[in-house]
Design a protein around this ligand. Sequence first.
Ligand code: R5P
Length: 299
Amino acid sequence: MSTIVGGKFAEKVASKLNLEYYPIERREYPDSEVCPRIQMQDSFHEQAFLILRVRQEQNLNSYLIEFLLALNNLKKYVEKIHAIMPYMVYARQDAVFRKGEPFSSKILAGLLEKSGCTTFTACNTHSHRTSLKELFSIKSYNLSVIPRLAKYVKTSYHLQSPFLLGPDDESIHWVKEFARKLDIDDYEIIHKERDFETGEISTKTPEIDLDGREVIIVDDIIATGNTMVLAIKNARKMGAKFVIACTVHPVLAENALERLKTLGIKELYASNTLPSSISKVDVTPLIAQKVKEINREYE
Ligand code: R5P
């Protein structure tokens, strides 16, 4: 019999599947150290799912430590642990870009494996240079939220002439997947250059006429918002009738949300792999489905 362990998000998944749920008390001390306490009965379980999502306003580093501590702790009670991190932190450093930097996503995968997980699941991990399968030696699953983002826009608007725009070369995968769901072939990506020393980005506006088109910009992550801000400005320059922007992971660091809101776009929305005020697309059904599949495979 499987059990689900985690916070409120995990509880929702457990109730969808009618599975036993054990909460984690997520304590953070004033000095920022964390101490997740699994409120589990002292019996041994064959398998459990650890589903932990970053809390609103929680620092991503504190979340990571919390996740690893919970995983290590769970080993005392469970034989097989299936770890589910809706937003995989540190995944963007999926290569060594400058000499002396860490290959963070690979290191993170190693830490998770050493902490005892049997499988690892995340949503739309930013693994362009190294896939999730290459990062882990255990089984890993990369779930896509893009069809759900597409469904949201399809059911919320009567779009006459939609056009999809990707804010950088890497977004081509999301853009194509989104376009397929909307049954359209009209898409383009913007070429983005990053200065790896300063972190500054610049783009060149594609020479396309988007006059009268309803432009949807899709990306996996909005962190500082700089990439999305430039994409929105580009869409405007190309003549977009209006712009809708969406992302899987609303990291929304610094004042990203405030800056994006000043651009006068029709809507900005995201999934709830991280909690935020723009998280309109629920990923619990997607995760529940995966839990069901893993459960069947490993039981
Ligand atoms: C980069 O390749 C990613 O897909 C996102 O475009 C990027 O991480 C967004 O970061 P920011 O919001 O800081 O520009």
